[in-house]
Design a protein around this ligand. Structure first.
Ligand code: SF4
Ligand code: SF4
Length: 369
């Protein structure tokens, strides 16, 4: 049972009715990207976002040009060229221009309220739009990592062998800094075509850059830090515990200022920090709004988003993690649309009124902005 700090009236687990008899920490191999590699029952087995890409570029259809793909591909560069980003490297900066005798010192006696201020300021300096801090509820830490360790050929199909490793954070790493990064609205307005994924890809590159640099900042002050993008823990419930927003019908974190038009990353640390807590009033507001709205469900080509009046405890597909009460999204069906468009679609972000990106634009409009 998660023992939350005294300033947290209710935790995300309580607010979304986590049922300990049904809930398990999410195993990484259950996500769609992994299932596409090993699960023959997965509707898009063997397919990925590259499968249709050349065909789309050669089709001449607006929104799938080589120009748009060039931006899309470029946007992921930092993310893809920093495979070490999420390594649990406990060392402070080894930059030759920084004196090691300073960064290797034990922490100075700075009180937690000041450290909290410095960490949040540093995150904003590096490009975050919002930052929250929570004590880690282990329910939101992944059960294990999953890596491809070879393939086997069954009936002519290449099926990945998955190697799992349990995830246990060091015992003194009790705090999580959750960082929100705004995605550029003009790319999101081009959903579900290539330029939407340019906004997403640039968000991922910033997730990598910001989580790594904040972790390094913390290490330079003498503490332990683990940067994390989508690995290690579930970003949305951690962000709710850290007061950054609430989960919407579209399954995404809805933030107050940018709606679901954000990406999330986090840093796990033993640095003593002051916790934020879920914004229960905002959570109730989003719940009430989503009950009436349904714009994301209407815009979803995959029919992956529920039209139900109420959130439910019933998962919609094998990639969902049962045991909480929310609007589950059929992510297996969603992935099929991602494969079809060679993007991550984003219609449910674009139409959400909280995203404040009201009208769609063409890629020509985008390039003329
Ligand atoms: S990304 Fe597209 S397909 Fe997936 S849930 Fe959102 S609208 Fe539906
Ligand atoms: S589009 Fe409407 S129903 Fe969907 S998440 Fe946004 S506010 Fe909720």
């Amino acid at each position: 049972m998660f023992e939350y700090p005294p300033n947290m009236a209710q935790s995300c687990a309580e607010l979304y009715k986590l049922n300990p008899a049904k809930y398990q920490r999410f195993p990484e191999e259950n996500n769609c990207f992994m299932r596409a590699l090993y699960d023959l029952k997965f509707p898009s087995f063997g397919l990925d976002l590259v499968s249709n890409m050349t065909k789309l570029v050669d089709s001449g259809e607006p929104g799938y040009s080589r120009l748009d793909l060039a931006l899309y591909a470029a946007s992921w560069t930092i993310d893809q060229h920093m495979p070490f980003a999420s390594k649990w490297n406990p060392k402070p900066s080894d930059n030759d221009y920084i004196p090691k005798e300073v960064v290797l010192r034990p922490p100075d006696p700075i009180p937690p309220n000041e450290l909290t201020k410095y960490v949040k300021r540093a995150a904003k300096f590096f490009g975050a739009c919002d930052v929250g801090i929570t004590k880690i509820d282990y329910n939101w830490i992944l059960k294990n990592t999953a890596k491809v360790a070879g393939t086997s050929n069954i009936d002519g199909k290449q099926i990945a062998k998955i190697k799992k490793s349990p995830i246990e954070l060091p015992s003194d790493v009790t705090n999580a800094i959750i960082i929100a990064i705004e995605m550029d609205p003009s790319g999101i307005q081009c959903a579900p075509k290539f330029l939407e994924t340019a906004s997403v890809g640039w968000g991922y590159s910033q997730m990598t850059a910001i989580s790594v640099t904040i972790a390094q900042f913390i290490r330079n002050l003498g503490y332990f830090a683990i940067p994390s993008t989508n690995d290690t823990g579930l970003s949305i419930p951690l962000a709710i515990d850290a007061g950054l927003g609430a989960q919407g019908r579209n399954g995404l974190l809805i933030t107050k200022k940018w709606g679901p038009r954000v990406r999330l990353c986090k840093v796990f640390t033993n640095m003593p920090l002051i916790y934020d807590s879920p914004d229960v009033a905002f959570l109730k507001k989003i719940n009430a709004y989503c009950k009436r709205c349904r714009r994301c469900a209407e815009a979803c080509e995959a029919e992956a988003i529920s039209f139900d009046d109420e959130p439910s405890t019933q998962p919609k597909c094998s990639s969902n993690n049962p045991g909480v009460k929310k609007w589950y999204v059929n992510t297996n069906a969603c992935y099929g649309i991602w494969v079809k468009h060679s993007t991550d679609c984003g219609n449910c972000i674009q139409v959400c009124p909280f995203s404040k990106t009201p009208e769609k634009i063409s890629s020509e409009d985008f390039w003329n902005l």
